[in-house]
Design a protein around this ligand. Sequence first.
Ligand SMILES: *Cc1c(COP(=O)(O)O)cnc(C)c1O
Length: 417
Amino acid sequence: MYISTPRNIAPLDTILPDEPLLMMGAGPVPIPARVAAANSIVINHLGDTMSQIIEQVKSMSGYVFQTRSSRILGVAGPGSAAMEMAVANLIEPGDSCLCICNGFFSNRLAEMAERNGASVVRHLVAGNESVDVAAFENLLNTHCPRVVTIVQGETSNTVCNRGLADICQIARRHNCLVIVDAVCTLSTMLLNMDEWGIDAVITGGQKGLSSIPGVSLVAFSERAWEAISQRKTPMQHWCLDAKLADQFWYQKAYHYTAPVSGVLAIHEALRLICNESLPTRFTRHLRSSSALQAGIEAMGLTLFIEPQHRLNSVVGIKLPDGVEGPSLLHYMSSHYKVEISGSFGASIVRIGQMGEQCRAHNIFRTLHALGASLTSLGVNVDVPAGVSALEKSLQDFDKHAGYAAPAQGQFAAVSSN
Ligand SMILES: *Cc1c(COP(=O)(O)O)cnc(C)c1O
């Protein structure tokens, strides 16, 4: 006897919306046409074409991470798999680990460290703020951890650890291994892996890089690699074993069948970033996010995080009284075909400003959808004032800061080998 064919399976075109929704939430974000096209191709995972692509992915990643490390690995899996790869390879049972916890994702790093047998001290940063650098240094002196974990941007509550460069440099002086989660921030704002002394940088595909979900990158420093090479205990994870992954990424040998289409997609995403250049891309993100924030405030809404602690890559907005997050999201999606994100507990909604989300046409459409939906739900917001403030912010930005003379000298060029 066979289990019979399932009934009533609808073809995709009857399930998907007629017109794609504009993805303006906390990820996944819209992908450029070239990334989508690359993602539709399947090639031999061990052939010459693939090795050429792998070489280019590594050299472009070196630019995007700002590292000369030759330990940049791709991971078949979400950003969380990249987090797990960094944590599981660098932590051995009994290691002391200080985890800076600003919210949901930084807590996930702490949980992963615990599951890998570390003795974890969580520094819970209260009040939706960046971690305080002096407080961090005191903790280092008290606990002398071997490993420190931290997020650059805490997507869940839209807090940015503004002092990240100092934190990393201080941790390095204390001889700690520093793991930085840059899933939502990489290529949207400054991160200098080598200069800041970071030992592992984690990113995913579907946020800052504007690629697809499911293929991620981790960059290890040479120091981190030494620690991995000198492990006393074997890695529990076979798929996430960095030394096995190194065989594929650096020695053209088989580990597991790489997600070839997704690697092609991330290749194109990285190439677009290199063509744009980091300084221009950071400026585009700052210009777009600042204008969106100005528009939201001018409409009469309140941003969740104080300016000095605020993340630009994901913008958190307090829900006005009398509106439930899910009804607002549903209204925006069904009436205006714009998707934004709800929250992890706090009474906020979140709009992403990562990669392709940072285009003027996308932020105008999103701000209008937000304001018009709130109006329909009975909230008194001034949509014209918001749209006008958005436009004014863009114009002022071009007049004052502008795209003039990006500080190219600050960034190492892509290596040409
Ligand atoms: C999204 C996100 C993750 C997790 O990525 P997944 O692809 O959902 O596993 C981790 N850290 C941060 C900061 C994120 O924004």
